[in-house]
Design a protein around this ligand. Structure first.
Ligand code: AMP
Ligand code: ZN
Length: 114
């Protein structure tokens, strides 16, 4: 998708601090971190929102979660706690329409979210 910010990061047209990559997924630092650790984990495949997910993407979304777990362990926040979030559409505050898992950790996170 030529007008998608995260596709541009995937194409290396926009810089990002990439902390993990494999053939299906990349992860990078959020540009406006909301916690000491705030990473974004995205599929290479352009999927606009969770609503566009198809059965063929089921393994991919599990892969996103597994990478989140691996990164949380690497960042040292797995035992203390962390949160993964995927916003879907306007009411959830989705700003970039290429699905991404937020990984937040390194501080106490309040609940319920705002
Ligand atoms: P969401 O509101 O769930 O769509 O989250 C989009 C996230 O992308 C926000 O947390 C932004 O701070 C982050 N973001 C926007 N532009 C960039 C960028 N160029 N590099 C890294 N993160 C970004
Ligand atoms: Zn995209």
């Amino acid at each position: 998708m030529s007008d998608c910010l995260f596709c541009k990061i995937l194409a290396q047209e926009i810089p990002a601090n990439i902390i993990y990559e494999d053939d299906k997924i990349i992860a990078f630092d959020d540009i406006q971190p909301q916690a000491p650790h705030h990473k974004l984990i995205i599929p290479r495949k352009h999927i606009a929102t969770l609503n566009e997910l198809t059965p063929e993407d089921i393994y991919l979304t599990g892969h996103l979660l597994y990478v989140a777990q691996q990164l949380a362990k690497k960042l040292g926040t797995a035992d203390t706690g962390y949160r993964v979030v995927m916003n879907c559409n306007q009411d959830a505050g989705q700003a970039v329409y290429h699905i991404h898992l937020h990984l937040l950790g390194g501080r106490k996170l309040s609940w319920p979210p705002g």
